[in-house]
Design a protein around this ligand. Structure first.
Ligand SMILES: C[S@@+](CC[C@H](N)C(=O)[O-])C[C@H]1O[C@@H](n2cnc3c(N)ncnc32)[C@H](O)[C@@H]1O
Length: 209
């Protein structure tokens, strides 16, 4: 049975509900940043502390992760984070207006290491093209993974992805990203002596295309 989440930081949104009114929910109209797969929320709490000018939506379809994320947010007293339990694509489709996100962050998405499962990976060219429709000009796209061939794959295809500028140029990825918090999974991988692949792109303004 699903453990109920009663935190004030949790938005109890269901697939058929109308889209949330984000400015009413946050009490302001600051730009929205979306973390897909927030896990236990340690990253989003650090990020929201560093960026009070943004409203963060922390998304995960893992209920216990949402509960842990909410506990962290409630403890920190941060006013600029809300947590939703939902699948990323159906959530964006239903709840995010085109061109309205200032940032999308994806840290350590499920790597699907077996060759025959790779097509299940969340981040690929089609997904980034889809995501692009929800980003405003100048919006940031961050991707991080410890998984070598996932990191290299995203770094490689992003170079040719329409409408984005590489913020790490001339590198297509880096192993250190200043000012970017370390998530639980990143910490675990770093402690195991692995390297993180960071990719950071920015959606181009229409005038620059
Ligand atoms: C390996 S964990 C990483 C958690 C966290 N980002 C971190 O770095 O510590 C991946 C998380 O993404 C969530 N996830 C994977 N695909 C998702 C999707 N399509 N929509 C929402 N959450 C997703 C999983 O439930 C899991 O909590």
């Amino acid at each position: 049975m699903l453990i109920p989440n009663t935190s004030p930081s949790f938005l109890n949104w269901q697939d058929n509900d109308p889209p949330p009114k984000w400015d009413v929910i946050f009490g302001n109209d600051s730009p929205l940043a979306l973390e897909i797969g927030c896990g236990v929320g340690d990253f989003v709490v650090q990020m929201a502390e560093m960026h009070p000018e943004l409203n963060f939506i922390a998304l995960d379809f893992y209920n216990k992760g949402c509960i842990k994320t909410c506990k962290r947010i409630d403890k920190s007293g941060l006013p600029n984070v809300r947590v939703l339990r939902a699948e990323a694509r159906s959530f964006m489709e239903a709840c995010i207006l085109p061109g309205s996100l200032q940032a999308v962050i994806i840290n350590c998405p499920d790597p699907w290491p077996k060759l025959r499962h790779r097509k299940r990976r969340l981040v690929n060219t089609g997904f980034v093209a889809y995501l692009s429709g929800f980003l405003m000009p100048g919006a940031d796209f961050y991707f991080a993974t410890d998984f070598d061939d996932y990191g290299l794959d995203v770094a490689e295809f992003m170079v040719g992805q329409d409408g984005f500028d590489n913020m790490l140029s001339p590198d297509s990825y880096r192993h250190v990203l200043d000012g970017y918090p370390v998530s639980k999974y990143m910490r675990r991988f770093l402690d195991e002596g692995k390297q993180i692949y960071y990719v950071h792109y920015r959606k181009r303004s229409v005038a620059d295309i």
